[in-house]
Design a binder for this molecule. Structure first.
Ligand SMILES: NC(=O)c1ccc[n+]([C@@H]2O[C@H](COP(=O)([O-])OP(=O)(O)OC[C@H]3O[C@@H](n4cnc5c(N)ncnc54)[C@H](O)[C@@H]3O)[C@@H](O)[C@H]2O)c1
Length: 260
């Protein structure tokens, strides 16, 4: 069997992907379903969650779930519905995140916006990951989790609620990876660069700063997401941050030399 054949165990694996209605989450959820993995497409937006699940090659593998993951009770409902539909959840992707609005800078961001960003990115990420881990441990099953963090976990974005929540997620990934490793549960971060994917209204001029010369697309993230999630391909990878940014993070105040 070739290395990349059957990255997942179609009989056993089932996934929950949050933020699957749009952008990167949608691309990852569709890619998982494309690999034959039963996948819950979770999102707050009923129209986009439904449309994303409908786009799956085999609709029987895609279950659209709608709810507000800022609410603890809704997180629990997601887990209960996912288990009822697909049984043990072995793969978890946390991509949901409230909108980033440029006007929410340090002096302007409201308590409510701050709270909501933290609730979805960090609180829901922790609660869902921990609950899925408890079920995996009880079932003595391996599992794999992927959190969408950001280059702005480590550098400012002029959006303090966003960058702070992503920094929290970055260390959460390490805490989970360290504690859960002995139960064969791997936990990693996927770090996108500037991905024109809905949540980020990208200025095309940004491409000048990207070594590979273009903004990213959601589909640039999905193959790497699947590779890291796969216990076959990335069996020995845990607690890592995998950057998929076309080299954007290399940018600094020195321009590269002109060679032609
Ligand atoms: N696009 C980028 O350039 C970029 C860069 C770095 C990190 N990221 C991260 O990657 C992830 C996906 O980014 P994207 O650009 O595809 O985002 P997006 O805004 O296109 O998609 C996020 C999805 O989350 C859903 N969502 C928001 N609040 C929710 C809630 N309370 N409950 C359930 N679902 C909710 C939205 O409806 C949306 O479908 C995010 O975590 C983002 O922070 C993106």
């Amino acid at each position: 069997m070739a290395l990349f054949d059957q990255a997942f165990d179609r009989q056993r694996d089932a996934a929950v992907v949050t933020g699957a209605g749009n952008g990167i989450g949608r691309a990852i959820a569709l890619a998982l379903a494309g690999e034959g993995v039963r996948t819950v497409f979770a999102d707050i937006n009923a129209d986009t969650a439904g449309a994303a699940a409908d786009a799956a090659a085999d609709p029987a593998l895609a279950f659209a779930w709608v709810g507000d993951l800022a609410e603890r009770a809704e997180c629990d409902r997601l887990l209960a519905d996912a288990r009822k539909r697909f049984g043990l959840i072995t793969l978890f992707v946390h991509s949901a995140s409230p909108p980033r609005r440029e006007q929410d800078h340090v002096l302007a961001v409201s308590d409510e916006t701050w709270e909501r960003m933290r609730a979805v990115n960090l609180d829901a990420g922790f609660h869902l990951g921990r609950e899925i881990a408890k079920s995996l441990i009880a079932a003595k099953s391996p599992g794999s989790m992927l959190y969408l963090t950001s280059l702005h976990a480590h550098t400012p974005r002029n959006l303090p609620h966003y960058s702070s929540s992503k920094a929290g997620m970055a260390i959460l990934v390490k805490e989970l990876a360290r504690t859960l490793g002995r139960y064969a549960i791997r936990v990693n971060a996927l770090v996108p660069g500037a991905i024109a994917a809905g949540g980020f209204v990208a200025d095309p001029a940004l491409a000048r700063h990207i070594p590979l010369g273009r903004l990213g697309r959601a589909d640039d993230l999905a193959p790497m997401a699947l590779a890291v999630l796969s216990n076959r391909i990335a069996a020995y990878v845990s607690g890592a941050s995998i950057v998929v940014d076309g080299g954007l993070a290399l940018t600094n105040w020195f321009d590269p030399p002109e060679l032609d």
